[in-house]
Design a protein around this ligand. Structure first.
Ligand SMILES: C[S@@+](CC[C@H](N)C(=O)[O-])C[C@H]1O[C@@H](n2cnc3c(N)ncnc32)[C@H](O)[C@@H]1O
Length: 481
């Protein structure tokens, strides 16, 4: 590449980024420069007439003669309109840093244009080798702008207090930065996304997986010749003298179905889940029944609830909550919080003779071992993956203590499951990344590392085209004395 760089024309699917031209002023004025909200968000004084815009563009055009000036007009291919700008400022050539800022007219928001523009400019800037770090700022409350930066791999460096005054009110800003090697990793991730469409699925922890997609990806889990649902059904039919039931983490109502079909004639039933979409899906399924629905975290509910129950069950969900508490408060405090919640619930809310049934995943199983290694990249909760997960450890401890204190009878049984076979490596990868990891890695910079690590592990379990891996679980059964 040459030594001096300029505002080179760049193209994406929907956009052309080019130098400003003198007759762009009308589009610029109408689309964003005269918009008070955009001016406030970006921190420039709103233009009050298009002459102001015209003279600013003239100034910019004159600047293009200088070396290393990067100031693009973003134009939409479809309409040929100038819809925004993206500019590099505060260039520090010695330290190889610069700052980037962008504006998009409100009629063109939510089309991914800021993300596309930023990605084009970053490719260009890092290729010049002028910069190793690109910095960007956004107001703390400007969530869309924050998402644009995160999607391009920017990392938040910190919160700057009272850095912008808008109508006499002070606002905090975030400072973000992106390193050159991080940008390279993002590019590798994009290649993966182009190859595997399902990697584009993303979700937030509290939403969990879309219910239909959950049902589609879910496999049969078989332990000692019985499915997890059969084992639960057995427990239910052997302990069916209860009248107040609670299910923790009902999800798409898979276990709830078995429960409803096999429960005694008269009973009350509360279904809890953190995910609003899961809860609504299950509510719909049982619209003919009068059940209680609780949108809550499991451990928070166990601690704060005031209702009494005598049959409580949770399949493949309870540990989610314990680990989330640990991510929030740290392993020690999250663990203490969990133990306190379990003790309070069992002592105060579980009726004498009441039963609890939990299926907890086995983090040392072939299925989970590799997943724990990936989670460890994101959460310090899993810093020691040579041991069972912190959730199992804390839960086993809490129940063992209560057994010693003669509050409960407690039994925990370990099962190694039958192999689960995926038709292809692709199916196995989709299940592991989107089901087990809840698409957590898909939007993150670590994606290609996670993908490659999982794929090479999977290859060890290939039988012809299929991938066959054994799961494991712990079944916890409790009776209140
Ligand atoms: C693997 S699914 C299990 C669903 C169902 N029990 C089954 O066996 O099909 C895990 C469920 O736990 C829910 N979940 C995740 N975190 C939770 C939390 N902190 N509190 C309650 N539920 C949670 C998810 O929304 C999801 O529905």
């Amino acid at each position: 590449m040459e030594n001096n760089y300029f505002t080179k024309e760049l193209k994406s699917k929907d956009l052309v980024l080019r130098k400003f031209e003198s007759d762009d002023y009308e589009d610029m004025y109408n689309n964003w420069a005269s918009d008070q909200e955009i001016a406030d968000l970006a921190g420039f004084p709103k233009h009050t007439n298009d002459e102001e815009t015209k003279s600013l563009i003239k100034f910019w055009i004159d600047e293009y003669d200088k070396e290393n000036v990067f100031n693009w007009a973003i134009t939409e291919k479809n309409t040929n309109q100038v819809i925004g700008s993206i500019t590099v400022v505060n260039k520090d050539i010695k330290n190889k840093t610069c700052e980037i800022g962008y504006n998009i007219g409100r009629n063109f928001w939510n089309k991914g244009y800021a993300t596309q523009s930023l990605s084009l400019v970053l490719d260009y800037l890092f290729a010049t080798d002028l910069f190793d770090v690109v910095i960007a700022y956004c107001l703390k409350d400007n969530i869309p702008s924050k998402r644009v930066l995160e999607k391009n791999g920017f990392v938040c460096e910190g919160e700057l207090r009272n850095r912008r005054i808008i109508k006499e009110q002070k606002y905090n800003k975030y400072e973000f930065s992106l390193l050159k090697d991080e940008h390279e990793r993002i590019k590798k991730n994009k290649e993966l996304l182009d190859k595997h469409d399902w990697l584009r699925i993303t979700t937030e922890v509290e939403d969990y997986i879309e219910p239909e997609y959950y049902n589609k990806l879910l496999k049969h889990y078989i332990f000692d010749g019985k499915t997890d649902l059969d084992i639960f059904k057995n427990f239910l039919t052997n302990n069916n003298s209860f009248s107040q039931a609670l299910e923790l983490g009902c999800g798409s109502g898979r276990v709830s179905d078995i429960f409803v079909k096999n429960a005694p004639k008269k009973y009350s039933y509360d279904l809890l889940d953190l995910s609003n979409q899961m809860l609504n899906y299950t509510k719909n399924k049982f619209s003919n029944f009068k059940f209680g629905y609780i949108e809550s975290d499991t451990i928070d509910y166990l601690l704060n609830n005031k209702k009494k129950y005598d049959f409580v069950f949770s399949l493949w969900s309870y540990s989610h909550s314990v680990h989330q508490q640990m991510h929030k408060y740290g392993v020690i405090n999250g663990g203490l919080y969990t133990e306190a919640a379990l003790r309070k619930f069992i002592i105060s809310d579980l009726l004498p003779g009441g039963k609890m049934f939990i299926i907890h995943f086995d983090s040392m199983s072939d299925e989970q071992k590799i997943l724990m290694k990936q989670w460890k990249r994101f959460y310090p909760t899993f810093s020691d993956i040579s041991k069972q997960s912190p959730s199992l450890f804390i839960t086993d401890n809490a129940f063992s203590k209560m057994q010693k204190e003669e509050i409960i009878d407690y039994k925990i049984t370990h099962y190694v499951g039958e192999e689960i076979c995926y038709e292809s490596l692709e199916e196995a990868m989709e299940t592991f990344l989107n089901f087990h990891m809840e698409s957590y890695a898909n939007e993150r910079i670590e994606l290609s590392d996670v993908y490659n690590d999982l794929e090479s592990y999977m290859k060890k379990f290939m039988k012809g085209d299929k991938v066959c891996i054994k799961p494991g679980c712990f079944i916890i059964e409790i009776t209140k004395r």
